[in-house]
Ligand binder design. Structure first.
Ligand code: DX5
Ligand code: ZN
Length: 226
């Protein structure tokens, strides 16, 4: 039995875009570990968010590492731009990459961390041959494109399966979970084996975001190692 505290990554998508600097500074003063940046292109997902220019602004004001989640087609064409914008982590969708292994290497060649993301319909078993090459697997717990959606409960089983796969190869890849995550389900997600919680609405729309982050951070996992 071991216990560990989760990495908390608030998602800037739920911030007040008219007060980005203020909201980023609020995150700076919290116990959050990373700042999650959602990039949407209107093709891979049915919504458009922001791109490298806003990511650069986030990097300028943030004291937390930027965790850039690319929900875009042909992500390999934009890796350099997001590295230049200040990303510490870049994650690309399994469903958007024809040459995933090459794209992961392309990210790592910049000396930053690389992750793969799976949509709710994509089985984690498909990651078997890439697991040793990635620093992180991001499991989507909603269909990507919008903040404020309901957590898909089936994700808990996916996290458990993935935890087992990583442990079986003594892997080091972190498991991150994104979509509908909040105080109501964080414990179940962590106990299933997740390391990183992305939280948008549950942080920014709460009465006291700093306190919500503190509470998320204080949920420890008590996972039985079998
Ligand atoms: C969804 C994004 C998420 C989103 C999470 O497509 O990838 O990162 O910001 O928002 P909440 O926490 O509100 O579901
Ligand atoms: Zn995201």
């Amino acid at each position: 039995m071991y216990s560990k505290e989760p990495i908390i990554a608030p998602s800037l998508l739920a911030a007040d875009f008219g007060n980005l600097q203020r909201d980023i500074e609020m995150i700076n003063s919290s116990q959050a570990d990373w700042l999650h940046i959602d990039i949407m292109d209107g093709h891979f997902v049915p919504n458009i968010s922001y791109g490298p220019a806003i990511t650069k602004v986030a990097h300028k004001h943030s004291t937390k590492p930027l965790d850039v989640h690319l929900m875009i087609e042909k992500p390999e064409l934009y890796i350099d731009a997001f590295v230049d914008a200040g990303a510490s982590w870049i994650t690309v969708h399994y469903e958007a990459c024809n040459h995933l292994h090459r794209t992961i290497q392309q990210i790592k060649d910049h000396g930053i961390k690389a992750g793969v993301v799976v949509n709710p319909h994509t089985p984690v078993q498909l990651l078997e041959d890439i697991l040793e090459s990635v620093d992180l697997v991001l499991v989507m717990s909603v269909n990507p494109g919008f903040g404020g959606q309901k957590f898909i409960y089936q994700t808990i089983l996916k996290i458990k399966k993935l935890r087992k796969m990583i442990d079986e190869i003594n892997g080091t890849a972190l498991i991150e979970v994104d979509g509908g995550v909040g105080l109501q389900n964080a414990e179940a997600i962590i106990n299933a084996g997740a390391d990183v919680l992305v939280a948008g609405s549950s942080v920014f729309k709460s009465d006291d975001p700093i306190d919500t982050i503190k509470k998320l951070k204080s949920i420890n996992s008590h996972t039985l190692i079998t």
